[in-house]
Design a protein around this ligand. Structure first.
Ligand SMILES: Nc1ncnc2c1ncn2[C@@H]1O[C@H](COP(=O)(O)OP(=O)(O)OP(=O)(O)O)[C@@H](O)[C@H]1O
Ligand SMILES: [Mg+2]
Length: 237
């Protein structure tokens, strides 16, 4: 595009572009906030609504089982199988609710939420996740959520794709930035291919970080493990 000859008009165009870019970022951040609020609401609904009803159902089935006694063994076996199904569904519901928005992030903050995330990944059969978390300044909800979602996606990827023996999550605050790294010693990947593979995890994470004024880097090569590097500004919009 050729430069407009009038410098004042050129400057006005630049100003308009900048204003549009700012507006675009503001809208993007608003969408992310709406999404998180919706997740929080759904998580609570699942836990307090569906979860509570399943607990009551399980309790009533247990009472029914006891009332049937040992004389009606076949019916009692049916009830016990229904109780087992209730227990499993209750567990799945709680798990889904925590995945959507873990209450620990709102109640106790980022560090506690990351410790919980690491523990639950290992308990789900994945490799141990070691944590190195430096002293962190207080951060607003948007920053804590951004870092938590970055850790969640990266740990999830390490669990799903890496076949790693060990994973390390490191988070430090330095020079007005929160620096987070998630390293695994797994099979690695080609970063260019990974970002165009059709999965939405890493691409979505990169966009979210960009909207939050942060940055994202995927350092990896086949056979050499993977390192996700994330940076989030500690202050500013
Ligand atoms: N830690 C890792 N080790 C090895 N390969 C990885 C790792 N992280 C990502 N990849 C590769 O990058 C690809 C893209 O990851 P991305 O998170 O975007 O998508 P996905 O995990 O496949 O799907 P989604 O996140 O949408 O559920 C993966 O399919 C995988 O091949
Ligand atoms: Mg993924």
């Amino acid at each position: 595009m050729s430069e407009p000859s009038d410098p004042a008009r050129y400057q006005a165009l630049l100003d308009r572009l900048e204003a549009n870019e700012r507006e675009f970022r503001r809208l993007g951040r608003a969408v992310v906030k709406v999404q998180e609020d919706e997740r929080r609401r759904l998580a609570r609904e699942l836990h307090d609504g569906v979860g509570q009803n399943l607990t009551v159902l399980k309790h009533r089935l247990a009472l029914l089982g006891t009332a049937l006694g040992s004389t009606q063994a076949p019916l009692r076996a049916q009830v016990e199988s229904a109780i087992a199904l209730c227990t499993q569904t209750l567990e799945d519901t709680r798990h889904l609710s925590r995945l959507l928005r873990p209450p620990i992030l709102d109640d106790l903050g980022l560090e506690a939420a990351l410790r919980w995330l690491a523990r639950s990944q290992s308990e789900a059969g994945g490799p141990q996740v070691a944590l190195e978390i430096g002293p962190l300044p207080s951060m607003d909800d948007a920053r804590q959520t951004l870092l938590f979602r970055a850790a969640q996606e990266s740990l999830n990827n390490a669990l799903k794709h890496a076949r790693a023996q060990s994973i390390l999550l490191r988070l430090v605050a330095h020079d007005e930035w929160a620096h987070m790294q998630i390293l695994d010693d797994g099979i690695g990947c080609d970063p260019a291919l990974a970002l165009t593979s059709g999965g939405s995890g890493l691409g979505g994470l990169r966009e979210r970080l960009r909207l939050g004024g942060g940055s994202f880097r995927l350092v990896s090569s086949p056979g050499a493990g993977t390192c996700v590097q994330v940076r989030v500004p500690l202050s500013g919009d």
